[in-house]
Design a protein around this ligand. Structure first.
Ligand code: FES
Ligand code: FES
Length: 157
């Protein structure tokens, strides 16, 4: 076992984990943060995307043992005071989801993008969500929603 000490959504977490423990299991099973979904379990669908130290990563292929000192944000850490953030609201407004299974991962990929690049091009948005597969909705509404969220953020600044 290895002791890891890191933050999840601003809360300090100190846990003993096995060398092979996956971040997705730590989040969903140990911490009860079930908003992060597991689809393929091999890093191909993006349903499990969370943000680690500012970067979108697949938590199904991220080892918890390597997280000492890391700052992890999950979908539960995106809304503030019960209010959806601009990305979440734009996804709703653009009807950019159907079953919603892919949506937490898409929101996290979009947040990592917009936090680093507040004014992305369409190509940059496409690249940011290239690892997020959606079997229901298609991608145009998602791209429109992320572009709209960037505009909403800009208006508020
Ligand atoms: S569940 Fe992690 S990429 Fe599919
Ligand atoms: S909305 Fe169903 S997989 Fe994307």
């Amino acid at each position: 076992m290895i002791t890891v000490d890191f933050t999840v959504n601003g809360e300090r977490v100190k846990l003993d984990v096995s060398e092979s423990a996956r971040l997705v299991d730590l989040l969903r099973e140990t911490l009860g943060l079930t908003g992060t979904k597991e689809g393929c379990a091999v890093g191909e669908c993006g349903a499990c995307t969370v943000i680690v130290n500012g970067k979108a990563v697949c938590s199904c292929i991220t080892l918890a043992a390597g997280l000492n000192g890391a700052n992890v944000i999950t979908i539960e850490g995106v809304s503030k005071n019960g209010e959806l953030d601009d990305i979440q609201q734009a996804i709703l407004d653009h009807h950019a989801l159907q079953c919603g299974f892919c949506t937490p991962g898409i929101v996290m990929s979009a947040k990592a993008l917009l936090d680093a690049n507040p004014n992305p091009t369409t190509e940059e948005i496409q690249q940011a969500i290239a690892g997020n597969l959606c079997r229901c909705t298609g991608y145009q509404q998602v791209i429109d929603a992320i572009a709209d969220a960037a505009e909403r953020r800009a208006v508020q600044e």
